[in-house]
Structure formats: C-alpha cells, structure tokens
Ligand binder design. Structure first.
Ligand code: NAP
Length: 313
C-alpha cells in the first residue's frame, strides 16, 4: 500500500491556493491548508469538507511572521513527523489598481506592457513601500518557509517543493544585461548575490532609475520577486538533490490578485502546481513549468515557446 502523503499549501484560503488544496485532496493527499487569517482558513477547510473532502486540516500561517512559520513546522513535526509536499503559493502583487473598471475594460494585465507604461499612470500605481513588501513576501518569506521545512521534507520518501511563480518572473521581461547574465549563471550564482541584486533593484526603484538600468517599468517589484524565486528554485534543486524543487507559472488566472481578470479559472490554474507536486521520483528538478509544460529559462527560446504555447502547438 502507498504511504500517505502530506502537503502544506501556503495562502490556501482562496484563489489558486485553495484550488491546489482541493485537487491535492482529491488525489488522496492529506492537506494542511494554511492561511494568515484564521477564520478565512477555517471557512476554506469547511468548504472542502462540504464538498466531500473531509481530510484537510487548517493551520494558521503568515509567511512574513517567523514565529508563525516555526509554529506550523512544530505542528507538522509533532503530528505527522515528515512533510512530502510544500507548495509555496502565497504572494502579493505590490500594486494598487487606481481604476478597476478601466483596468478591466482595457484588457487587465494584457495592457500592462513596458511600451505603454506612460499611458497607465491613471490605472496602475506601484508605490515603493508596496514593492518592497512584495519582495519581502514573495521572495524572502517564501525562502524562510522553505528553509524551515527542509528538515521535514528530508524525512519523506518523495519530497517535493513547488514554488508558484509567474510568467512575469521570466528573464524575458528584463533589459538589464548584467542581471540577466547573473541570474542565468546558476553554477556561480549564490543566495548572497540574489540579495545584492534585490537591493540594487530596490535602490534604483526608490530613486526612479528603473528605465536607466534596464529593470521592468511595469509590475516591477513583482517581476523581480518572481525572477529571484526562480533562481532560488534552481539553487535549491542543486543543493538538495534528493528533493524535486520546481517552479510553476499557473497561467493568467481569474483571482483577486488579477482583479478578477484573465482567461483561466482557478481550477485550471491549479493544474500545473498540482501536477508538479505529484511528479514521479524520476521527474525533473530545478525546472520552470509554464502551466503543465516545461519551458526554457533562456530568453529567445522562451519567447518562441510562449508563442507556440498560445498558438496551441
Ligand atoms: N492569478 C494569476 O493570474 C497568477 C499568475 C501568475 C502567478 N500567480 C501566482 O499564483 C499564486 C496565487 O495567486 P492568486 O492569483 O491565487 O492570488 P490571490 O487570490 O490574491 O491569493 C493570494 C493568497 O496569498 C495569501 N497571502 C498573501 N500574503 C500572505 C502572507 N504574508 N502569509 C500568508 N498568506 C499570504 C493571501 O491571503 P489573504 O487572503 O489573507 O490575503 C491569499 O490566500 C501567487 O504566487 C501568484 O503570484 C498568479
């Protein structure tokens, strides 16, 4: 008989995270659905239970709070004794949408391209403080959660870490040659260097030097946070060769993060992360998935991959 698998999902109370919990539970995985807000998390577990998935349990987790992470790790250690799957899904976008109607009518994030940055100032704003917080949550807090669960993942027979990233994290969106070169050079990249690169971005962001130094002009901090997460995924895969560590872009999904825009449902968006969480032991590690398909890290290959993907080839 197959051993029972256990998963922790961050930001499991809504959106793609909730759907990941539902699909993992449907696949027989015992899910610890986490949420920073107790009542929202308990409500989500109740919703799963009412649909016949009564095995999921709730545990509070604010990924920005180290004591909350430690409390969850202690819970998993004492109640289960190992962890099989960690899904780092919780994130924030670092943006304020000033005019939601205009944003939706204009095509949502499809209109948010660097070439049109100057036309978007009435619709979308990226205050420095939100950008800084976005990097803190999406990169540093995700890293802290991962590090806290590595010892428990090492006790699993088939450990998996799935980092829910974004197509926006692809190097394709960057024009800063040094940044691109360093993040691609995984053999020489270190976590310390990623920290330095983030600080370099933040100081440029603060003084308005994004264009001058080749950073993205739109959704800037979020793009840097996910690019850093992708690089960290590759470093972790190299460091922990017995754990499959991958990152997955779920697609453009209708959730609160996208102000209810996008072509995909949360159910469709969760398919990639769930597939990667359930990869067989001989599956890939240190890889970027565009929904359910492996996509390249390099820019020209990625551009043609995305074109072919949307043309259904
Ligand atoms: N939707 C898309 O089109 C899209 C595209 C690419 C990538 N993604 C990625 O997919 C993932 C899920 O996004 P979504 O679209 O489902 O967004 P969402 O509906 O806004 O859900 C985000 C989740 O993250 C949680 N969260 C935020 N900060 C947290 C913290 N400090 N501690 C714990 N939980 C926290 C939120 O909790 P609260 O409910 O308490 O706020 C919520 O549960 C994210 O990693 C996102 O970057 C989404």
């Amino acid at each position: 008989m197959e051993e029972q698998r256990y998963a922790v999902v961050t930001g499991g109370n809504k959106g793609i995270g909730f759907e990941i919990c539902r699909q993992l539970a449907t696949n027989g995985v015992k899910v610890i659905l986490t949420s920073r807000n107790q009542s929202r998390g308990e409500e989500a577990v109740k919703k799963l239970s009412e649909s016949g998935l009564s095995d999921a349990v709730f545990h509070q987790l604010d990924i920005n709070d180290p004591s909350s992470i430690a409390c969850l790790a202690k819970f998993v250690q004492t109640q289960i004794g190992k962890l099989d799957i960690l899904i780092n899904n919780a994130a924030e976008d670092g943006l304020v949408i000033l005019d939601v109607k205009e944003f939706r009518d204009g095509g949502g994030f499809l209109q948010v391209v660097d070439e049109k940055a100057h036309l978007l100032s009435n619709i979308i704003e990226e205050p420095y403080e939100l950008g800084e917080k976005c990097l803190k949550t999406n990169y540093y807090a995700t890293k802290k959660v991962t590090e806290s669960f590595i010892p428990l993942l090492k006790l699993s027979k088939s450990p998996r870490v799935v980092n829910v990233t974004s197509g926006y994290g692809h190097l394709y969106w960057f024009h800063n040659e040094k940044f691109i070169e360093e993040l691609q050079d995984i053999d020489n990249l270190t976590e310390e260097r990623i920290d330095e690169i983030i600080q370099w971005f933040l100081s440029d962001f603060k003084v308005g030097k994004l264009k001058e130094n080749g950073w993205p002009l739109t959704v800037s901090a979020y793009k840097v946070s996910k690019a850093a997460l992708n690089a960290y995924t590759r470093l972790m895969a190299r460091k922990h060769q017995n754990i499959l560590v991958n990152c997955v872009h779920p697609g453009y999904v209708i959730t609160d993060m996208t102000y209810q825009t996008g072509p995909l449902t949360a159910e469709e968006g969760a398919k990639g992360p769930v597939m990667v969480a359930l990869l067989p032991d001989n599956g890939p590690s240190g890889v970027y998935f565009h929904q359910t398909k492996i996509a390249p890290f390099s820019i020209p290959e990625f551009a043609s991959f995305v074109k072919a993907f949307y043309e259904g080839k």
